[in-house]
Design a protein around this ligand. Structure first.
Ligand code: ARG
Length: 284
């Protein structure tokens, strides 16, 4: 990423990476500076296809406003943690440009559907959206929400949350797998089929260096955790938000934010489930 992008406001910056890459195509200078550098690495980016048969707790959040209902109206990911509750990211219910709560008309949870072009599995209505009371849109801290399903799913396997205060799942280098239907290249190429990629947990020191305090996109080690390869190439991306980061079979993180996607030295940033587990448990 060129240095000038670092000076842009956070949210603009994150969006701008993709926009600049597209807008800059006719300009050889910018192509070399920005797009080309990250281009080869941008490719859930760098992963493989996955199935809800193997990961039955993986769900899509859908709204009829999204994509005019193509792609099953998917706008975020989530994970089933009890027969009636889905954990996802709070920012899935906020407008990126205004920073205000946004309506998700016809909000549904889609279970057991690998390919969003089809109608497999089931769609269940949502009766309540709980947002962590200490969530900050500006700082991206405590980016967690819990949805209540209108119909219980007693047969469907759930995923266990990492417990309050646990640190072992976040040891540097621990393999973590993220799932989603998001962008596969950082250019709006949303995947119709579920994908997954495994990335190592990044230390607080390294992530704090990648996203230093003072900037709008600061890493907060208390409420966030980073994962990604130093050289980039593998990451979550737009549309994967709220989706699970799984460590040793348990929910350790939620896709939250990042500068660009799969860029070298800019790991993906996830909600640290251990930090929000107590609050989440109180509403399960
Ligand atoms: N905020 C994005 C979303 O709403 C998720 C971005 C994750 N980015 C990353 N590089 N891991 O879908």
């Amino acid at each position: 990423m060129p240095p000038f992008l670092d000076t842009l406001p956070a949210r603009l910056g994150r969006r701008a990476v993709a926009l600049v890459a597209l807008a800059a195509l006719p300009s050889p200078l910018l192509v070399l500076g920005a797009a080309q550098q990250a281009g080869a690495q941008r490719r859930i980016v760098g992963g493989s296809t996955a199935s809800t048969a193997d990961h039955p707790w993986m769900v899509a959040l859908s709204s009829r406003k999204q994509f005019g209902s193509a792609h099953s109206g998917q706008f975020c990911g989530g994970a089933l943690v009890t027969g009636t509750k889905v954990v996802t990211a709070a920012h899935c219910f906020y407008d990126e440009s205004t920073g205000r709560r946004t309506d998700r008309p016809g909000l549904r949870v889609v279970l057991g559907r690998d390919d969003l072009r089809g109608t497999a599995g089931r769609e269940v209505a949502v009766t309540n959206v709980w947002i962590d009371p200490d969530y900050s849109f500006a700082a991206n801290t405590r980016d967690v929400a819990v949805l209540t399903l209108a119909e219980a799913q007693p047969e469907r396997p759930v995923i266990e949350l990492v417990g309050p205060g646990e640190s072992e799942p976040y040891a540097e280098g621990t393999p973590a797998t993220v799932f989603g239907w998001g962008d596969t290249r950082g250019d709006g190429s949303y995947s119709p089929v579920l994908r997954q990629v495994t990335v190592p947990i990044v230390s607080d020191a390294v992530c704090g260096h990648a996203y230093p305090a003072g900037g709008d996109t600061a890493y907060d080690a208390r409420t966030m955790v980073c994962a990604g390869e130093e050289r980039g190439g593998k990451d979550a991306c737009q549309g994967d938000s709220g989706g699970p980061l799984v460590v040793a079979g348990r929910l350790a993180g939620l896709v939250s934010w990042g500068t660009g996607c799969a860029e070298a030295a800019h790991p993906g940033v996830y909600t640290r489930v251990a930090a929000v587990a107590e609050s989440v448990r109180s509403v399960l």
